[in-house]
Design a protein around this ligand. Sequence first.
Ligand SMILES: [Zn+2]
Ligand SMILES: [Zn+2]
Length: 205
Amino acid sequence: MNNALSGGRTLYMEQPNSEIVQCSQCGAKNRVPLYRTNEKAKCGKCGSLLNPAAGEDEKPYLLRCTECGARNKVPAGKTDKGPVCGVCKKPLRTEEIFKPQPVMVTEASFQKDVLGSPLPVLLFAWAPWCTTCRTFMPVIDGYAREVRGRVRVAKMNVDQTPNLASTYAIMSVPQIFVFDGGKLRENFPGAMQKNEIEMRMSRYL
Ligand SMILES: [Zn+2]
Ligand SMILES: [Zn+2]
């Protein structure tokens, strides 16, 4: 595993996406860029940590270089410091860590959002007419929130993606597909509970 970091370069200066976070200590509302919400953003008024869990969450992110495929470890506080791949020195796509999810996948976005993801991908194939799929959706949404920045969780409506459904021979829904490094690794037909999903995904983390 490569630990690639370089200071002094900030690739993503312009970050239009931000969210309002209320300080739990003084109640002041702070605008925080999305790429910092998992980090140690502080209240502008009283200086308290806006996300108290951020102090404990020092686990580095594991990002695959989308140029050469090497996996790189990026410390939680360095994601906005323009880290580059330890092998090929190309910039790591750290902005993808904070992309809101689940990501809705279309035939047009599949290449970029699934095959080109720097994170392992759990793809949930579903259809609007499938009752089991709809029942199962909250489990997927809950898992998506839990693993944001670690696993990309994506949803694909097979009615709207007939070519992909054919490519991956999707005969039944719901079905879970796992992609990593641009390749299909596993697929699991049927619904799964969250602890089973966590267990099956643990080998990709
Ligand atoms: Zn405050
Ligand atoms: Zn690389």
